[in-house]
Design a protein. Structure first.
Length: 373
């Protein structure tokens, strides 16, 4: 059994080494996406008036609509700290999305609309999940998403098989035979790194695979019999007050704080406000809860409170913080970044160990042939 698992572990690692390294490196960098954006885009990512009062959401929306009449607002990331709001636009009559930064305290536009993968970290995120294959016209639309899902399964296989193969290594987990040959030293370090990192690698594989599966399911299965609706004008009524929606949303879900506003993108959709709540669960995401409003009247329709649903939904919601590692602040992000990079070392040492074993086996075969001659 162990020998079979070892072969599976080795061949999966060899066959998928390059894409797994891409996922590993990009994922580790993206753990600090917000911090990198702040360094690369200091004039648009951050705002100075973080202690000021937000302008009315209706005023902000009117500012955007008058400045970009050829676009429709698709969604809006809402911040109440020193991070600028991010507004997502759809060009009328197309499926092309754009984003820009807006100072929510002054109404000042901090950057012009660009494609959603224009900035470095957004491009890196696209590389991480799709290998930049989804936009290639020569391939089916979700090719990169599907490949990302299968490579997540490969990561999961490596993590599980590694734990099983080296399960007895726990007895001497931190014992590296430094005075032995290079092959033995690298073998010990490989095992130690793999055993320590495998639990987190398994978490990253499961959560990342789920995200890719969810995108594929939404884009392919849910739209199997119908194409995406193309917006030529906004679908919500002019009389709807979005500031009123923000103000009264906490009446429907206790301690609710709106973080993401999603406009109706097809005639059968309404206005959805995502948000966070006060909870003892450190893994509850900032988008875990929703309050839905009628797009024509602004009347409250329904709620979704993560604290009141089953464990299954709470586990799925935790995937966001578990995947990006920000559930415990800087400490968990550093750990996730380091462990996320471990496949780079594991890939290098694993290839070296495989190659040396292969060479040794060939040499042994040559020696046996020489003895028979």
């Amino acid at each position: 059994m162990r020998k079979t698992l070892f072969k599976i572990h080795s061949w999966v690692a060899l066959c998928a080494m390059l894409p797994l390294l891409v996922i590993s490196i990009t994922g580790s960098v993206l753990v600090f996406k917000s911090e990198i954006d702040g360094l690369l885009l200091p004039d648009s990512h951050y705002v100075i008036d973080e202690h000021a009062q937000r302008k009315s959401m209706d005023d902000l929306i009117n500012t955007v609509e008058s400045r970009y009449p050829e676009h429709v607002i698709g969604s809006w990331e809402i911040f109440n700290d020193d991070t600028a709001d991010r507004v997502y636009l759809i060009k009328r009559g197309t499926e092309h999305w754009f984003k820009f930064h807006l100072n929510q305290y002054t109404g000042e536009v901090l950057s012009e609309p660009v494609g959603t993968s224009h900035y470095f970290t957004d491009w890196f995120l696209e590389l991480h999940y799709t290998f930049l294959l989804n936009d290639l016209k020569s391939l089916p639309g979700q090719t990169g998403t599907v490949l990302g899902f299968f490579f997540a399964l490969f990561f999961l296989t490596l993590g599980i098989t590694g734990l099983i193969i080296y399960r007895k290594f726990w007895r001497r987990l931190f014992s590296v035979r430094w005075r032995a040959t290079l092959q033995i030293v690298l073998s010990d370090i490989h095992k130690m790194t793999g055993v320590l990192g495998s639990p987190i690698i398994i978490i990253l594989a499961i959560t990342g695979g789920y995200f890719n599966w969810a995108v594929w399911y939404h884009e392919v299965i849910e739209h199997l019999e119908e194409e995406h609706y193309t917006l030529t004008e906004k679908l919500q009524s002019e009389t709807v007050s979005f500031q009123n929606i923000l103000d009264e949303s906490s009446k429907h879900i206790a301690s609710f704080n709106g973080t993401y506003l999603l406009m109706p993108l097809s005639p059968d959709e309404n206005i959805t406000l995502f948000g966070e709540v006060t909870t003892s669960n450190p893994f509850a995401s900032e988008y875990a809860n929703t309050v839905v409003y009628d797009k024509n009247t602004g009347k409250h329709l329904s709620n979704w409170d993560i604290r009141e649903v089953g464990a299954g939904w709470q586990i799925i919601d935790s995937f966001r913080k578990l995947h990006f590692g920000y559930f415990a602040g800087l400490a968990s992000k550093i750990i996730w970044c380091i462990v996320g990079l471990s496949p780079v070392w594991l890939g290098g040492t694993g290839f070296y160990l495989w190659f040396t074993r292969r060479q040794r086996k060939k040499q042994s075969q040559r020696n046996r042939l020489n003895k028979t001659v």
